[in-house]
Design a protein around this ligand. Structure first.
Ligand code: SAM
Length: 289
């Protein structure tokens, strides 16, 4: 960008062209998001600033943000925060960026019999990452015991920071764990998870902003993408109460495989749910009495 003073509107136009030249998807939105972050507002809140020449520190910060995004970093990591349902969460490379479809997984849990009919359900989120799922559940529900687990110590650190940020630290417990086999037998009402489910060979072919920046541990589901589901189901049959529910996010081609796995592990009411784009995205089941 040239050094001649420019209004924010002009800077956004220049930034958009710069990002487009570097093959960044949706460059206008990205520019506006970066600018809005600097003014501590939403994109719509930019309006009063558009025809003003911003302070040098804002121009410099915008330039730094554009450089990072042009270098392949996801805009969410550059912003350092991202909205998920009703919460604004800290996001950085310690954990996966929460995706909009995962908000629907929270809806499925909230609408479940296990939640509606249990006075104080024990709800466990395995592979909690940023904590987006379990924090949203705790935020939405008055009663319950909420636990988020992750094999990654870094993710747990971030989830704990998010619990503090959202005022939920007293209500959600986070711990490092491989799976969820440490609970007492037949004690858990809801087991929810968005585990890594991308087949290992596919991970290297993902878009660079995902492959090079989001944790591989959050993406790689083993040779067929199903390894963590298999391990979790072994734990689930031990720790879930009879009548307890599993709620999984899945890859859009994994519905038949998940149905088979849930059937084979003694779950009934097995259902594959679609996301808003009409693709198979969630698998749920109830542990047989
Ligand atoms: C796809 S990310 C989901 C993060 C977050 N729940 C979300 O929906 O944005 C999967 C998470 O599972 C964790 N994970 C992978 N294998 C695990 C295991 N065996 N036990 C517990 N967590 C695991 C990863 O570290 C990662 O944080």
């Amino acid at each position: 960008m040239s050094e001649t003073p420019k209004t924010l509107r002009e800077l956004i136009v220049l930034g958009e062209a710069y990002l487009r030249g570097r093959a960044v998807a949706d460059p206008r939105t990205v520019c506006e998001l970066l600018a809005a972050r600097l003014f501590n507002c939403g994109r719509l809140g930019l309006h009063p600033h558009l025809d003003v020449v911003p302070q040098t520190r804002i121009v410099d910060a915008l330039r730094r943000g554009l450089l990072r995004v042009a270098g392949g970093e996801p805009v969410q990591y550059v912003l350092g925060r991202w909205d998920f349902r009703d919460l604004t969460l800290k996001v950085d490379r310690r954990a996966l960026i929460p995706r909009p479809e995962t908000e629907q997984l929270v809806d499925l849990v909230l609408a479940s019999r296990q939640i509606k009919e249990t006075p104080k359900p024990l709800v466990v989120d395995v592979g909690t990452g940023s904590g987006c799922i379990i924090l949203s559940l705790a935020h939405a529900l008055r009663n319950g015991v909420f636990v988020g687990l992750d094999i990654s110590a870094e993710a747990i650190e971030l989830a704990q920071e998010n619990a503090a940020l959202t005022g939920l630290a007293e209500r959600v417990l986070f711990a490092e764990s491989d799976g969820c086999g440490e609970f007492d037998p037949a004690s858990v009402d809801v087991l929810v998870s968005n585990p890594p489910y991308i087949p290992s060979r596919t991970v290297d072919g993902l878009e660079r902003h995902i492959r090079d920046h989001e944790p591989r541990l959050a993406l790689d589901g083993g040779p067929d993408g199903l390894c963590v589901y298999r391990a979790l189901l072994l734990d689930a049959v031990m720790v879930l109460k009879a009548g307890g529910g599993v709620f999984f996010e899945i890859g859009d081609d994994q519905g038949p495989a998940l149905r088979e796995l849930l059937d084979a592990h003694g779950f009934s009411e097995v259902t594959i749910h679609k996301d808003y784009a009409g693709r198979d995205r969630f698998a749920t089941g109830v542990l047989n009495e």
